[in-house]
Design a protein around this ligand. Sequence first.
Ligand code: GDP
Length: 485
Amino acid sequence: MFDSLSAKLTGAFSSLRSRGKISTSDIENTCADIRSALLESDVALSVVDSFINVIREKSLTALPNIQSGTNQAQAIFEIVNTELVEILGGAARRIRFAKNPPTVIMLAGLQGAGKTTLAGKLAKFYLDQGNTPLLVASDLQRPNAVTQLQVVGDSVGVPVFAPEPGNGVGDPVKVAEQALIFAKSKLYNMVIVDTAGRLGVDEELMKQAIKIRDAVKPDEILFVVDSMIGQDAVRTAKAFEDGVGFDGVVLTKLDGDARGGAALSIAKLTGRPIMFSSNGEKLTDFDIFYPERMASRILGMGDVATLAEQAKKALDGQSTAKLEEKFARGDDFTLEDFLEQLEAMSKMGSMSKLLGMLPGAGAMKKQIENFDESEIVRTKSIVQSMTPLERRDPKVLNGSRRARIAIGAGRKVQDVNSLVDKFAAAQKMMRQMRKGGGMPPAMAQSMGMPPGMGAGQMAPQKAQQPAKKKSKSGNPAKRAAEERG
Ligand code: GDP
């Protein structure tokens, strides 16, 4: 979503870095570039102007105290990063749980914003953390909203309180009230109330939302907004803020390719934090919103923290520990380990999304978009057709063995050859990374391992070079910036 903004900001900084000593007019030019990039991305004018003023002022103050041009450029970059995090809401905030359960979360927003889908995502997210959520069908307006919520609830294994059929029938306030009584009697510790939206903000919609709010006294009202609706996102947010009020924002459809800057203005303009983001239709396409990670992505430094987290989630603890031990012992990474990783990768979701989190992914947008997801399945079938011995020691793979594997996997011998070659290259790269003291295994796996999945193209050149100098920063995003600087 922020690709074009990211590309422009990256361009502004590489031009700044190419200067020797940085002058006041260089700062002015950079501020002008950043300003136009933000405006083109639809960030609200007032937000942009105050942002630029802070950047200018802080950069001018910092500049005289720094000697080298490279360090000056880096200092300005850090200032922009810090301010961007600030615009995005500062520190991430989590849901406040009620002292006396159930914790009530009410979803509000326009029709089509993604509330019902989000209800399912939230339910799954909190269920996985050991909570006992109950979904409540108080959207009795939108055709099929009740059935949709029931389908979503079934798919995540969360019960749905839906006494009314919807499609214009039933009282949504009563449903919400009854749901609360039901949840208390059955000891659910969380209640997620889906409410009706309209195509545009209207009085009736707001009145209904207020009545539901007053009936269930939510611990959190989440305003759900489609990031693709441009400046309307800000106007709608203002209307909901003045109407029902809300405690936090959820940005949906961040996977879209609209400019998305309006979404960036919401936290600043409403003073409410963005708490979650949704980036796809699947129930797993959802995450806590971390301003720091988003800023890092926008500034072209990727989001390795989320990437590593997802890798950790997908790889069960045992196999991660096993791999870490292997790594520590200096053992080789085998096709058996690789198969385990392929299984894990399939659990992690779309590879294009994962690759998009790598630093510099913006520059590889085309390759990432063209990434063939079914390659993982094909690669898996080849490895699965090998014997355990062959997986541990691919050197035994002579012509006849390769032919047998190809038949077993329904592939050509060339495909088997290509996988074996790429695997050997990836194995070599892992050895080099280990020597360089590089990344933690879970991250290395997700970044460097996958032969047949573009590893050759994606693996950053830097990873193959011996580490030049020990980085000073413990923050991966900063470290990447230091290395670039
Ligand atoms: P509601 O009217 O607010 O309840 O909206 P829905 O939950 O029915 O969502 C409207 C449409 O947007 C559906 O087709 C969803 O599948 C889709 N949708 C929801 N969230 C996302 C998202 O993050 N990304 C994408 N691409 N589609 C989404």
